[in-house]
Design a protein around this ligand. Structure first.
Ligand code: BTN
Length: 358
């Protein structure tokens, strides 16, 4: 049985201690959830993490309350000064959060679909958010080569040069969810397809559980609703011999954008439901689900689940590879992720990459 496990980088880890007793005395009070591994000795990184946690907690308080909450109350709950609360709130307002300030305190007026690091609670310290990037693949590649932690996530609100499989353009207009996840799996490069399959399965499950959307997977990794594509995945890896240095998985999910305007074969969650949804909840759910999935599943299980979600198996397909076209009935997926096709003459052929049409 082959298990997929996450591994850490070789960085040394330090434990930053804090505790309830220090709460009032110390201006840099460290909440219990901050007693965690931080992959650098730098105090700068530590204060960034504190900053992220504080914003995350302020937003949670404002969202939970749904009414005016005083600066004093926030300051008491968080164990930071009122000036510090005010500074965090002013920054959030500058970034576009609809927080109203009054003599009585602060109130969140409506929602704001933001993807800043503090929207992702425990994963916060690995999230890199950019308003605009050429492609999250390039930024993640640089981070991965420089030794960033596994489960680092690079998000872009928009991409100027978003790319898809087989050198296609990935239209990345505002409202979609575009991110690349850096992974450092401890498996041989030939088994990396399992991770891509696992990502696709998690997206399908997430769409179903959060929104009741019934999606399926077109081999190898397109996620469709009906015949329309809602999500695409692009992988990039570097390995030395049998050791995978990193696997970057780029995911483009059509959420609140209108992809059918530029791509008739595409659809978004908004186009299906007729209402906008919070991308932060989607990404949070996906990351937690994927992490749990990797810890729980073995290869056999991934293949079984993939077959159940497949829209390709049992269909008449046409797979175009660089120098070949294979047509026939898709009958199975093999242990290397290849698609086995029964040809008209009854023989079977397995393709490991290509563009699949059905
Ligand atoms: C495909 O279906 O062809 C794959 C599309 C992958 C798009 C995502 S969006 C985030 C990441 N950055 C990119 O430039 N591409 C991937």
């Amino acid at each position: 049985m082959l298990l997929l496990r996450r591994i850490n980088t070789q960085n040394s880890y330090f434990w930053f201690m804090g505790g309830g007793g220090a709460k009032k005395a110390c201006p840099q009070y460290v909440p219990p959830e901050l007693i965690t591994r931080i992959s650098d000795t730098s105090l700068y990184l530590f204060s960034c993490r504190v900053n992220i946690i504080m914003k995350s907690r302020i937003l949670a308080l404002l969202r939970e309350k749904g009414a005016v909450i005083s600066g004093e109350c926030i300051s008491d709950v968080l164990g930071i000064s009122r000036v510090s609360v005010w500074k965090h709130i002013r920054k959030l307002q500058e970034l576009g959060y609809p927080i109203r300030s009054s003599a009585k305190g602060y109130q969140m007026d409506g929602d704001f679909d933001a993807l800043y690091p503090w929207e992702f609670s425990h994963q916060a310290y690995k999230i890199y958010f950019h308003q605009q990037l050429p492609s999250t693949m390039d930024a993640a590649l640089e981070l991965a080569r420089n030794g960033c932690d596994a489960f680092t996530v690079v998000i872009a609100e928009q991409q100027a040069k978003g790319r898809g499989r087989l050198n296609r353009v990935w239209h990345s207009t505002k409202g979609g969810l575009y991110f690349t996840l850096v992974l450092r799996p401890e498996i041989s490069p030939v088994f990396l397809f399992q991770i891509n399959f696992a990502v696709a399965l998690c997206i399908v499950q997430m769409l179903n559980e959060l929104f009741g959307i019934e999606a399926g997977i077109k081999w190898p990794n397109d996620i469709l609703v009906g015949k329309k594509k809602i999500c695409g995945m692009l992988s990039q890896m570097e390995a030395e011999a049998e050791h995978v240095s990193f696997l970057n998985v780029g995911i483009g999910l059509n959420v609140n954008n209108l992809p059918s305007a530029v791509e008739p074969g595409a659809i978004s969650i908004f186009e299906i439901l007729g209402t906008k949804v919070a991308r932060r909840k989607i990404l949070s759910d996906f990351l937690a689900r994927f992490e749990a999935f990797l810890n729980q599943n073995d290869i056999g299980n991934i293949l079984v689940q993939w077959r159940q979600c497949s829209l390709t198996l049992g269909r008449t397909v046409r797979v175009v590879t660089t120098n070949n076209v294979v047509e026939g009935r898709a009958i199975d997926i093999d242990e290397n992720g290849g698609l086995t096709i029964r040809l008209a003459d009854g023989t079977e052929k397995t393709v490991v990459y290509g563009d699949c049409f059905h």
